[in-house]
Design a protein around this ligand. Structure first.
Ligand SMILES: C[S@@+](CC[C@H](N)C(=O)[O-])C[C@H]1O[C@@H](n2cnc3c(N)ncnc32)[C@H](O)[C@@H]1O
Length: 223
């Protein structure tokens, strides 16, 4: 099990360590991962623990790679190619909804719509896990220095024909957006607060080692 979970040292699993804590208060049931990513790291973490996991990503190759990785690990993930903002998500179905490091691609308005979808998707007592590249993160420096991007709102850049620097997004999405801690606490004011933190994290997954400003909110849906 240990071998499967962590693999060789240079391929250590990179799930978010806070997820381990989460498993203590997430009831067994279904998990939804919004924006799986290329390795489905968080979705696979839960499926290895016996949760039934659904996931979506707009990037076909991310879905394909997550499914392949699940197969190699002998676990199952129901992954589909879809746009989070328009995907049909069942109400009251999930014990935890993960929305990690995908907020930057959406406008503030769409992000708020996604938060409403997350809340509706959770069963009572279910947990919302939100991880955001916080204001001041390097992606904002990039937008600030890219002549195609204009500041259009609080912590929000927009480019008419912008590209998310190599990442696939839906054709309409050319935003670089973030929530502040205060934003998130207020948007989840109807949830029980379990965790909220801001930190500077090291990223050694791609390119040269670099840092991200990270904001994590975890809350539980109240009866
Ligand atoms: C930075 S990765 C984070 C992946 C994963 N959540 C993690 O924490 O490792 C962001 C992911 O969001 C996906 N994404 C971006 N826009 C999306 C959209 N409109 N609908 C679904 N997925 C989207 C990207 O394809 C990418 O895989």
């Amino acid at each position: 099990m240990k071998e499967k979970f962590f693999g060789a040292r240079d391929k250590w699993w990179d799930f978010d360590p806070l997820l381990i804590k989460c498993t203590r208060f997430v009831p067994q049931g279904k998990v939804l991962d919004l924006g799986l990513g290329k390795d489905g790291r968080n979705a696979l973490f839960f499926s290895m623990l016996g949760y039934e996991v659904d996931g979506v990503d707009i990037d076909e190759s991310a879905v394909k790679q997550s499914l392949e990785r699940a197969k190699n690990l002998g676990v199952k993930v129901n992954a589909q190619v879809a746009d989070i903002s328009t995907a049909d998500i069942k109400c009251g179905e999930y014990s935890i909804v993960l929305a990690m490091y995908m907020w930057q691609y959406f406008s503030r308005e769409t992000s708020k719509h996604i938060i409403t979808k997350m809340k509706n998707a959770l069963s009572v007592g279910g947990v919302a896990y939100v991880a955001v590249f916080a204001p001041g993160d390097i992606c904002f420096d990039r937008a600030k220095n890219d002549p195609d991007f204009k500041l259009v709102g609080p912590n929000t850049y927009y480019a008419e024909k912008g590209q998310w620097w190599g990442c696939q997004t839906s054709s309409k999405q050319t935003y670089v957006h973030s929530f502040t801690k205060e934003d998130l606490l207020s948007l989840f004011s109807d949830f029980e607060l379990l965790h909220c933190s801001e930190s500077v994290d090291m990223d050694i997954d791609h390119g040269k080692p670099h840092h991200h400003n990270v904001l994590i909110y975890i809350g539980r849906k109240c009866p």
